[in-house]
Write a protein that binds this ligand. Structure first.
Ligand code: ATP
Ligand code: LTN
Length: 332
Protein backbone atom coordinates (compact mmCIF):
# COMPACT_ATOMS: atom_id res chain seq x y z
CA UNK A 1 0.00 0.00 0.00
CA UNK A 2 2.43 2.68 1.17
CA UNK A 3 5.65 0.57 1.25
CA UNK A 4 9.03 2.21 0.66
CA UNK A 5 7.34 5.57 0.60
CA UNK A 6 7.08 8.41 3.06
CA UNK A 7 4.38 7.79 5.65
CA UNK A 8 1.04 9.32 4.83
CA UNK A 9 -0.49 12.02 7.04
CA UNK A 10 -4.14 13.03 6.69
CA UNK A 11 -6.09 15.69 8.57
CA UNK A 12 -8.89 18.16 8.05
CA UNK A 13 -10.73 21.15 9.47
CA UNK A 14 -14.36 22.14 9.00
CA UNK A 15 -15.06 25.44 7.21
CA UNK A 16 -17.67 26.09 9.88
CA UNK A 17 -16.41 29.41 11.23
CA UNK A 18 -13.31 31.49 11.75
CA UNK A 19 -10.09 29.62 12.49
CA UNK A 20 -8.79 30.20 16.03
CA UNK A 21 -5.60 29.68 17.99
CA UNK A 22 -6.92 26.29 19.26
CA UNK A 23 -7.14 25.01 15.67
CA UNK A 24 -3.68 26.44 15.03
CA UNK A 25 -2.02 24.88 18.10
CA UNK A 26 -4.00 21.64 18.19
CA UNK A 27 -3.66 20.94 14.48
CA UNK A 28 -2.13 23.24 11.83
CA UNK A 29 1.17 24.16 13.48
CA UNK A 30 1.96 20.46 13.87
CA UNK A 31 1.07 19.74 10.25
CA UNK A 32 3.45 22.52 9.19
CA UNK A 33 6.32 21.47 11.48
CA UNK A 34 6.43 17.88 10.21
CA UNK A 35 5.32 18.31 6.62
CA UNK A 36 8.68 17.66 4.92
CA UNK A 37 9.03 14.22 6.51
CA UNK A 38 5.71 12.91 5.25
CA UNK A 39 3.39 12.61 2.30
CA UNK A 40 0.54 14.86 3.41
CA UNK A 41 -3.11 15.21 2.49
CA UNK A 42 -4.97 18.13 4.10
CA UNK A 43 -8.66 18.45 3.54
CA UNK A 44 -11.27 21.16 3.97
CA UNK A 45 -14.11 19.05 5.28
CA UNK A 46 -17.13 20.88 3.90
CA UNK A 47 -19.35 17.76 4.08
CA UNK A 48 -18.72 17.68 7.83
CA UNK A 49 -19.58 21.37 8.15
CA UNK A 50 -23.07 20.81 6.66
CA UNK A 51 -24.00 18.32 9.40
CA UNK A 52 -25.28 21.48 11.14
CA UNK A 53 -27.04 24.32 9.26
CA UNK A 54 -24.78 26.63 7.18
CA UNK A 55 -25.56 29.65 5.03
CA UNK A 56 -24.60 28.56 1.44
CA UNK A 57 -22.94 31.83 0.41
CA UNK A 58 -21.02 32.13 3.63
CA UNK A 59 -19.95 28.50 3.45
CA UNK A 60 -18.55 29.00 -0.06
CA UNK A 61 -16.49 31.93 1.20
CA UNK A 62 -15.34 30.08 4.35
CA UNK A 63 -14.03 27.17 2.28
CA UNK A 64 -11.72 29.54 0.35
CA UNK A 65 -10.72 31.41 3.52
CA UNK A 66 -9.73 28.17 5.23
CA UNK A 67 -7.71 26.98 2.24
CA UNK A 68 -5.83 30.30 2.13
CA UNK A 69 -5.16 30.03 5.86
CA UNK A 70 -3.69 26.54 5.43
CA UNK A 71 -1.19 28.10 3.02
CA UNK A 72 -0.66 31.29 5.04
CA UNK A 73 0.18 29.19 8.12
CA UNK A 74 2.98 27.58 6.13
CA UNK A 75 1.74 24.43 4.38
CA UNK A 76 3.83 23.86 1.28
CA UNK A 77 2.08 22.46 -1.80
CA UNK A 78 5.25 20.59 -2.68
CA UNK A 79 4.66 18.25 0.27
CA UNK A 80 0.93 18.67 0.80
CA UNK A 81 -2.15 18.14 -1.31
CA UNK A 82 -4.81 20.64 -0.21
CA UNK A 83 -8.36 19.97 -1.40
CA UNK A 84 -12.06 20.23 -0.64
CA UNK A 85 -13.74 17.03 0.56
CA UNK A 86 -16.85 17.37 -1.62
CA UNK A 87 -14.67 17.62 -4.76
CA UNK A 88 -13.65 13.98 -4.38
CA UNK A 89 -16.80 11.86 -4.64
CA UNK A 90 -15.18 8.76 -3.12
CA UNK A 91 -15.57 10.27 0.39
CA UNK A 92 -19.36 10.06 0.19
CA UNK A 93 -19.33 6.70 -1.58
CA UNK A 94 -17.06 5.00 0.94
CA UNK A 95 -19.10 6.46 3.79
CA UNK A 96 -22.10 4.45 2.59
CA UNK A 97 -20.12 1.21 2.51
CA UNK A 98 -18.78 1.88 6.01
CA UNK A 99 -22.27 2.80 7.29
CA UNK A 100 -23.36 -0.72 6.45
CA UNK A 101 -20.74 -2.28 8.76
CA UNK A 102 -20.85 0.28 11.61
CA UNK A 103 -23.20 -0.54 14.50
CA UNK A 104 -25.47 2.37 15.43
CA UNK A 105 -24.47 2.05 19.09
CA UNK A 106 -20.88 3.02 18.25
CA UNK A 107 -22.10 6.38 16.92
CA UNK A 108 -24.56 7.10 19.71
CA UNK A 109 -21.68 6.92 22.20
CA UNK A 110 -19.57 9.67 20.57
CA UNK A 111 -19.14 12.64 22.92
CA UNK A 112 -19.00 15.23 20.12
CA UNK A 113 -22.38 13.96 18.86
CA UNK A 114 -23.84 14.17 22.35
CA UNK A 115 -22.46 17.72 22.84
CA UNK A 116 -23.53 19.02 19.43
CA UNK A 117 -26.95 17.36 19.30
CA UNK A 118 -28.16 19.10 22.47
CA UNK A 119 -27.40 22.45 20.79
CA UNK A 120 -29.55 21.67 17.70
CA UNK A 121 -33.28 22.17 17.37
CA UNK A 122 -33.43 19.38 14.83
CA UNK A 123 -30.66 16.79 14.61
CA UNK A 124 -29.66 15.66 11.11
CA UNK A 125 -28.79 12.05 10.33
CA UNK A 126 -25.48 13.51 9.08
CA UNK A 127 -24.56 14.72 12.57
CA UNK A 128 -24.82 11.17 13.92
CA UNK A 129 -23.00 9.78 10.87
CA UNK A 130 -20.21 12.40 11.08
CA UNK A 131 -17.57 9.98 12.47
CA UNK A 132 -18.17 7.45 9.67
CA UNK A 133 -17.51 10.16 7.06
CA UNK A 134 -14.37 11.05 9.01
CA UNK A 135 -13.29 7.38 8.94
CA UNK A 136 -13.80 7.35 5.16
CA UNK A 137 -11.68 10.52 4.81
CA UNK A 138 -8.81 8.90 6.66
CA UNK A 139 -8.78 5.38 5.25
CA UNK A 140 -9.30 6.35 1.59
CA UNK A 141 -5.67 7.54 1.57
CA UNK A 142 -3.97 4.56 3.30
CA UNK A 143 -3.25 7.02 6.11
CA UNK A 144 -0.64 6.15 8.73
CA UNK A 145 -1.00 9.22 10.96
CA UNK A 146 -3.79 11.65 11.85
CA UNK A 147 -2.57 14.80 13.65
CA UNK A 148 -5.53 16.32 15.54
CA UNK A 149 -6.40 18.05 18.81
CA UNK A 150 -7.46 16.02 21.86
CA UNK A 151 -11.19 16.38 21.10
CA UNK A 152 -10.85 14.27 17.92
CA UNK A 153 -9.08 11.32 19.53
CA UNK A 154 -12.33 9.42 20.08
CA UNK A 155 -13.20 9.74 16.38
CA UNK A 156 -9.83 8.35 15.28
CA UNK A 157 -10.30 5.47 17.73
CA UNK A 158 -13.66 4.76 16.12
CA UNK A 159 -11.97 4.80 12.70
CA UNK A 160 -9.61 2.13 14.00
CA UNK A 161 -12.58 0.01 15.16
CA UNK A 162 -14.19 0.35 11.72
CA UNK A 163 -10.94 -0.67 9.96
CA UNK A 164 -10.62 -3.72 12.20
CA UNK A 165 -14.19 -4.76 11.57
CA UNK A 166 -14.09 -4.20 7.80
CA UNK A 167 -10.77 -6.03 7.38
CA UNK A 168 -12.10 -8.94 9.49
CA UNK A 169 -15.29 -9.20 7.48
CA UNK A 170 -13.90 -8.70 3.97
CA UNK A 171 -10.14 -9.27 4.12
CA UNK A 172 -7.23 -6.80 4.37
CA UNK A 173 -8.53 -3.60 2.73
CA UNK A 174 -7.57 -0.57 4.82
CA UNK A 175 -4.43 0.65 6.62
CA UNK A 176 -4.76 1.12 10.41
CA UNK A 177 -4.24 4.84 11.25
CA UNK A 178 -2.79 6.31 14.47
CA UNK A 179 -3.96 9.54 16.12
CA UNK A 180 -1.15 12.06 16.78
CA UNK A 181 -1.98 14.48 19.61
CA UNK A 182 0.47 17.29 20.50
CA UNK A 183 1.87 17.56 24.04
CA UNK A 184 1.04 21.26 24.36
CA UNK A 185 -1.85 23.10 22.76
CA UNK A 186 -4.03 20.01 22.26
CA UNK A 187 -6.91 21.49 24.27
CA UNK A 188 -7.00 25.25 24.26
CA UNK A 189 -9.90 26.59 26.33
CA UNK A 190 -12.18 29.57 25.81
CA UNK A 191 -10.77 32.85 27.19
CA UNK A 192 -14.19 33.78 28.55
CA UNK A 193 -14.70 30.34 30.10
CA UNK A 194 -11.54 28.30 30.66
CA UNK A 195 -13.55 25.19 31.48
CA UNK A 196 -14.94 24.98 27.90
CA UNK A 197 -13.05 24.10 24.69
CA UNK A 198 -12.23 27.07 22.46
CA UNK A 199 -14.59 26.45 19.54
CA UNK A 200 -15.25 27.97 16.11
CA UNK A 201 -18.97 27.78 16.61
CA UNK A 202 -19.10 29.82 19.84
CA UNK A 203 -20.52 33.31 19.33
CA UNK A 204 -19.52 34.64 22.76
CA UNK A 205 -17.52 37.89 22.80
CA UNK A 206 -13.93 37.39 23.93
CA UNK A 207 -14.21 33.60 23.65
CA UNK A 208 -11.61 32.86 20.97
CA UNK A 209 -8.44 34.33 19.45
CA UNK A 210 -9.11 34.24 15.72
CA UNK A 211 -6.15 33.97 13.35
CA UNK A 212 -7.37 36.92 11.29
CA UNK A 213 -8.21 39.21 14.25
CA UNK A 214 -6.34 42.54 14.17
CA UNK A 215 -3.74 43.08 16.95
CA UNK A 216 -5.94 45.38 19.05
CA UNK A 217 -8.78 42.84 19.12
CA UNK A 218 -6.39 40.03 20.08
CA UNK A 219 -4.87 42.19 22.82
CA UNK A 220 -8.28 43.14 24.20
CA UNK A 221 -9.53 39.53 24.32
CA UNK A 222 -6.39 38.38 26.14
CA UNK A 223 -6.38 41.28 28.63
CA UNK A 224 -10.03 40.45 29.46
CA UNK A 225 -9.46 36.68 29.81
CA UNK A 226 -11.03 35.08 32.86
CA UNK A 227 -8.44 34.18 35.53
CA UNK A 228 -8.86 33.92 39.33
CA UNK A 229 -8.08 35.85 42.50
CA UNK A 230 -5.23 33.62 43.75
CA UNK A 231 -2.54 35.83 42.20
CA UNK A 232 -0.26 32.84 41.69
CA UNK A 233 1.53 31.71 38.54
CA UNK A 234 1.34 27.91 38.31
CA UNK A 235 0.53 25.21 35.74
CA UNK A 236 -2.54 24.01 37.64
CA UNK A 237 -5.26 22.94 35.18
CA UNK A 238 -7.77 22.06 37.90
CA UNK A 239 -7.21 24.82 40.47
CA UNK A 240 -6.40 27.70 38.08
CA UNK A 241 -7.87 26.85 34.65
CA UNK A 242 -7.71 30.42 33.31
CA UNK A 243 -4.04 30.98 34.20
CA UNK A 244 -3.22 27.45 33.02
CA UNK A 245 -4.82 28.17 29.64
CA UNK A 246 -2.79 31.38 29.16
CA UNK A 247 0.43 29.66 30.25
CA UNK A 248 -0.28 26.75 27.88
CA UNK A 249 -0.86 29.06 24.92
CA UNK A 250 2.38 30.86 25.80
CA UNK A 251 4.26 27.57 26.14
CA UNK A 252 2.94 26.14 22.87
CA UNK A 253 3.90 29.30 20.96
CA UNK A 254 7.32 29.91 22.55
CA UNK A 255 8.30 26.21 22.98
CA UNK A 256 9.82 27.13 26.37
CA UNK A 257 9.83 24.65 29.25
CA UNK A 258 7.48 24.95 32.25
CA UNK A 259 10.45 25.79 34.51
CA UNK A 260 11.66 28.56 32.22
CA UNK A 261 8.17 30.02 32.00
CA UNK A 262 7.57 29.88 35.75
CA UNK A 263 10.83 31.68 36.51
CA UNK A 264 10.04 34.28 33.86
CA UNK A 265 6.66 35.15 35.44
CA UNK A 266 7.43 34.46 39.10
CA UNK A 267 6.39 37.26 41.45
CA UNK A 268 4.69 39.24 38.66
CA UNK A 269 0.95 39.75 38.31
CA UNK A 270 -1.61 38.42 35.83
CA UNK A 271 -1.49 41.74 33.93
CA UNK A 272 2.12 41.08 33.00
CA UNK A 273 1.36 37.47 31.99
CA UNK A 274 -1.48 38.63 29.74
CA UNK A 275 0.68 41.31 28.14
CA UNK A 276 3.41 38.79 27.30
CA UNK A 277 0.89 36.29 25.94
CA UNK A 278 -0.62 39.05 23.78
CA UNK A 279 2.79 39.98 22.36
CA UNK A 280 3.61 36.37 21.45
CA UNK A 281 0.18 35.76 19.89
CA UNK A 282 0.34 38.97 17.86
CA UNK A 283 3.94 38.27 16.81
CA UNK A 284 2.97 34.78 15.61
CA UNK A 285 -0.12 35.88 13.72
CA UNK A 286 1.26 39.01 12.03
CA UNK A 287 3.22 37.21 9.27
CA UNK A 288 0.33 34.75 8.74
CA UNK A 289 -2.09 37.65 8.27
CA UNK A 290 0.29 39.35 5.84
CA UNK A 291 0.67 36.20 3.69
CA UNK A 292 -3.11 35.70 3.82
CA UNK A 293 -3.79 39.22 2.57
CA UNK A 294 -1.25 38.87 -0.25
CA UNK A 295 -2.73 35.59 -1.50
CA UNK A 296 -6.36 36.68 -1.08
CA UNK A 297 -5.73 39.55 -3.50
CA UNK A 298 -5.90 37.06 -6.38
CA UNK A 299 -9.07 34.91 -6.03
CA UNK A 300 -8.08 32.72 -9.02
CA UNK A 301 -5.00 31.51 -7.13
CA UNK A 302 -6.83 29.51 -4.47
CA UNK A 303 -9.20 28.00 -7.05
CA UNK A 304 -6.17 26.60 -8.86
CA UNK A 305 -4.65 25.28 -5.61
CA UNK A 306 -7.87 23.44 -4.77
CA UNK A 307 -8.26 22.04 -8.28
CA UNK A 308 -4.66 20.77 -8.29
CA UNK A 309 -5.13 19.26 -4.82
CA UNK A 310 -8.30 17.35 -5.76
CA UNK A 311 -6.75 16.14 -9.04
CA UNK A 312 -3.72 14.86 -7.12
CA UNK A 313 -5.64 12.86 -4.50
CA UNK A 314 -8.64 11.61 -6.51
CA UNK A 315 -6.86 8.61 -8.06
CA UNK A 316 -5.65 7.45 -4.62
CA UNK A 317 -9.16 7.66 -3.17
CA UNK A 318 -10.80 6.07 -6.22
CA UNK A 319 -8.43 3.13 -6.07
CA UNK A 320 -9.07 2.40 -2.39
CA UNK A 321 -12.84 2.73 -2.92
CA UNK A 322 -12.63 0.27 -5.81
CA UNK A 323 -10.75 -2.27 -3.66
CA UNK A 324 -13.37 -1.94 -0.90
CA UNK A 325 -16.20 -2.41 -3.42
CA UNK A 326 -14.45 -5.46 -4.84
CA UNK A 327 -13.92 -7.02 -1.42
CA UNK A 328 -17.61 -6.50 -0.61
CA UNK A 329 -18.68 -8.29 -3.78
CA UNK A 330 -19.89 -5.18 -5.58
CA UNK A 331 -17.29 -5.28 -8.36
CA UNK A 332 -15.26 -7.84 -10.21
P1 ATP B 1 -16.57 23.54 15.68
O1 ATP B 1 -16.76 24.44 16.86
O2 ATP B 1 -17.28 24.01 14.44
O3 ATP B 1 -16.78 22.09 16.00
P2 ATP B 1 -13.76 23.48 16.12
O4 ATP B 1 -13.26 24.79 16.57
O5 ATP B 1 -13.91 22.40 17.14
O6 ATP B 1 -15.07 23.69 15.29
P3 ATP B 1 -12.75 21.69 14.11
O7 ATP B 1 -12.89 21.97 12.67
O8 ATP B 1 -13.73 20.74 14.70
O9 ATP B 1 -12.78 23.02 14.98
O10 ATP B 1 -11.29 21.19 14.42
C1 ATP B 1 -10.17 21.37 13.60
C2 ATP B 1 -8.92 20.88 14.32
O11 ATP B 1 -8.63 21.75 15.41
C3 ATP B 1 -9.05 19.47 14.92
O12 ATP B 1 -7.82 18.80 14.81
C4 ATP B 1 -9.36 19.75 16.37
O13 ATP B 1 -8.95 18.70 17.22
C5 ATP B 1 -8.54 21.00 16.62
N1 ATP B 1 -9.12 21.82 17.68
C6 ATP B 1 -10.36 22.38 17.69
N2 ATP B 1 -10.55 23.08 18.81
C7 ATP B 1 -9.40 22.97 19.53
C8 ATP B 1 -8.97 23.47 20.78
N3 ATP B 1 -9.76 24.24 21.51
N4 ATP B 1 -7.73 23.17 21.22
C9 ATP B 1 -6.91 22.40 20.47
N5 ATP B 1 -7.25 21.87 19.28
C10 ATP B 1 -8.47 22.15 18.80
N1 LTN C 1 -13.83 15.96 12.76
C1 LTN C 1 -12.65 16.74 12.57
C2 LTN C 1 -12.45 17.21 11.17
C3 LTN C 1 -12.14 16.07 10.29
C4 LTN C 1 -10.94 15.30 10.30
C5 LTN C 1 -11.12 14.31 9.29
C6 LTN C 1 -9.77 15.38 11.05
C7 LTN C 1 -12.96 15.53 9.35
N2 LTN C 1 -12.33 14.48 8.75
C8 LTN C 1 -10.13 13.38 9.05
C9 LTN C 1 -8.79 14.42 10.78
C10 LTN C 1 -8.97 13.44 9.81
C11 LTN C 1 -12.68 17.93 13.48
O1 LTN C 1 -11.68 18.46 13.70
N3 LTN C 1 -13.77 18.35 13.96
Amino acid sequence: MNDNKKKRVFSGIQPSGRLHIGNYLGAITNWVAEQHQYDNVFCIVDLHAITVPQDPQELYHKIRELALLYLACGLDQKDCAIFVQSHVAAHSELTWLLNCVTPLGWLERMTQYKDKSVKQESISTGLLDYPVLMAADIILYDTDMVPVGEDQKQHVELTRDIVLRFNNLFGETFVMPEPIIPKTGARVKGLDDPTAKMSKSSTNQGHALYLLDPPDVLRKSIMRATTDSLNKIAFDAEGQPGVFNLLSIYQALTKKSETEILSEFEGKGYGNLKKQVAEVVIGTLEPIQKRYADMAADPAYIEQVLKDGADRVRPIADHRLYVAQKHMGLRK
